[in-house]
Design a protein around this ligand. Structure first.
Ligand SMILES: [Zn+2]
Length: 249
């Protein structure tokens, strides 16, 4: 299973007024000195404290700067809301295979289709309501996903000795996963993956295909991954970083 924005690291939290502030805690390798607090662009709060300090020290340090952290987070959240709120009008950005395209809406008297044209994704439709555009665009994404994923599965599978024939797969909308592999070996891929770079698609496919041999996240599993895609961790990081943009419908 390829989780969306999976965080391997444990998070903690402090309560500040009526707000819960989750954070990641790291111990620095230096002795003494001040705690450091970072707020990352994606809203992740990280507290670094000197060696030999405790979780309680980290919480105390965060609470001391809680006002500053909260201001930052509020700012990030309002900017994010803007990014995520789609109107489905001409000029908006849409993603396809990791590239940005301009959405262009063309009202027709009956024709209905979606085409890629000179850096645009052009939706031609008699009904230019948000709901209708969203539906047309989504249908187009699914269509492209079926086509592209079939090719990528064949290509990625070709390099894997345990794949003798194309495994059965289908696309399914999933809120928390890019892909999954059932115990019986059925692979599901998130159609929104079509918005991400081909390398990210390959990474998710590879992850699921490796599960056909290793049904867990054991060392043996990660060895298979590393053998087929030595830089998979970097690809995963790219995918994680932009997942919010890709998943905004
Ligand atoms: Zn997995």
């Amino acid at each position: 299973m390829t989780e969306i924005r999976q965080s391997q690291e444990k998070t903690y939290a402090v309560q500040y007024g009526d707000r819960r502030l989750p954070f990641r805690w790291r111990l620095l390798s230096v002795d003494g000195g001040k705690a450091r607090i970072h707020v990352y662009p994606d809203g992740l709060v990280e507290v670094e404290t000197p060696q030999h300090t405790t979780l309680a020290d980290a919480k105390k340090a965060l609470l001391k700067r809680a006002r500053w952290v909260t201001l930052h987070l509020t700012d990030i959240e309002s900017r994010r809301a803007e990014v995520l709120e789609r109107e489905y009008v001409s000029g908006e950005t849409v993603f396809y295979l990791g590239r940005r395209y301009r959405l262009k809406i063309v009202q027709s008297s009956g024709e209905r289709h979606v085409k890629m044209l000179r850096g645009q994704v052009r939706v031609t439709t008699p009904d230019t309501s948000k709901k209708s555009i969203k539906r047309s665009l989504y249908a187009w994404y699914r269509d492209r996903a079926n086509d592209v994923f079939a090719r990528r599965i064949a290509m990625v599978g070709e390099q894997l000795s345990w794949i003798k024939e194309t495994p059965s797969w289908s696309i399914r909308d999933m809120k928390t996963q890019w892909g999954s592999c059932s115990p019986s070996g059925a692979i599901l891929l998130n159609p929104h993956l079509i918005k991400t770079p081909t390398r990210c698609i390959d990474y998710v496919i590879l992850h699921e295909l490796c599960h056909l041999k290793e049904h867990n996240h054991s060392q043996a599993f990660y060895r298979l991954m590393a053998h087929a895609m030595p830089d998979w961790e970097r690809v995963k990081a790219d995918l994680d970083q932009l997942s919010e943009l890709y998943l905004s419908e």
